[in-house]
Design a protein around this ligand. Structure first.
Ligand code: NI
Length: 249
């Protein structure tokens, strides 16, 4: 059994979700963790976890939504954390690629959501783009919280810092991109990875240019097995154990 530990299976991207789920299951991908990014998608996460046994959810405000979010959106998250199928706070973090001009506001929102995770004893799903130093410093302020560094693609040195803080590394289709050096450190980080697609984004090679789907977890897994000389069974064992450790499912 494979798990897509990070995807956005929302109506605005997929008009036939049952067939997307079916295609994934045919590829051995049987569990899905859907991450919310704003009030609307958080509401949709709550509907999806009710409708599908195989879908778990995380609630959060993505840093890209820093300008639109309202304080009550955080209250909405808190009001809905009691469900057993809500397994974390995400996707949260810092994005300085698009948001250079509102770094302080992003940090404030990030800290507020880390605090919610801390109070509820939930893991976090971290989005960090061109913001490594600030991300690490804020994670250090919350030593009781752990989680996943979503879409990790940086150096072994940075990986080691995150691992030392107790975080796992989310690996997706980026690892298959021709210009990505992440494959070189795969053997080192292998014991601490989990698999994700970030669907509908980041479609793996050779399907780039089309909409990503959870079924491609199998392609990402095959690529990692090839690069690290382990069997699919071994990779399933490692990643499922890590998912159990982080999300307690
Ligand atoms: Ni995402």
């Amino acid at each position: 059994m494979l798990t897509d530990s990070h995807c956005h299976l929302f109506k605005e991207y997929y008009n036939d979700l049952p067939s997307i789920i079916d295609n994934a299951q045919k590829n051995g991908v049987n569990r899905f963790i859907v991450d919310g990014c704003d009030k609307t998608s958080n509401q949709e996460v709550l509907e999806l976890v009710k409708e599908y046994d195989c879908i778990y959810g995380c609630l959060g405000i993505h840093p890209e939504n820093i300008l639109e979010y309202k304080e009550e959106d955080l209250d909405f998250i808190k009001e809905n954390l009691a469900s057993k199928k809500i397994v974390g706070i995400g996707e949260i973090g810092l994005d300085y690629h698009y948001g250079k001009e509102n770094k302080e506001a992003q940090k404030k929102l990030f800290r507020k959501q880390m605090q919610i995770a801390c109070e509820w004893g939930l893991p976090v799903v971290i989005h960090s783009r061109e913001a490594t130093e600030d991300t690490i410093n804020i994670l250090k302020e919350f030593p009781k919280v752990t989680g996943v560094i979503h879409s990790f693609s940086l150096s072994k040195e940075v990986a080691d810092i995150y691992l030392k803080l107790g975080y796992k590394l989310g690996i997706n289709g980026v690892v298959t991109f021709k210009n990505c050096n992440l494959k070189e450190i795969l053997p080192d980080i292998l014991p601490n990875i989990i698999l994700e697609t970030d669907s509908p984004y980041l479609t793996p090679h050779p399907f780039r240019g089309t909409t990503n789907e959870p079924k491609y977890i199998k392609n990402i897994a095959d690529f990692i097995c090839q690069e690290t000389n382990i069997s699919l069974e071994e990779l399933e064992k490692i990643t499922n154990q890590n998912i159990k450790e982080v999300f307690r499912i």
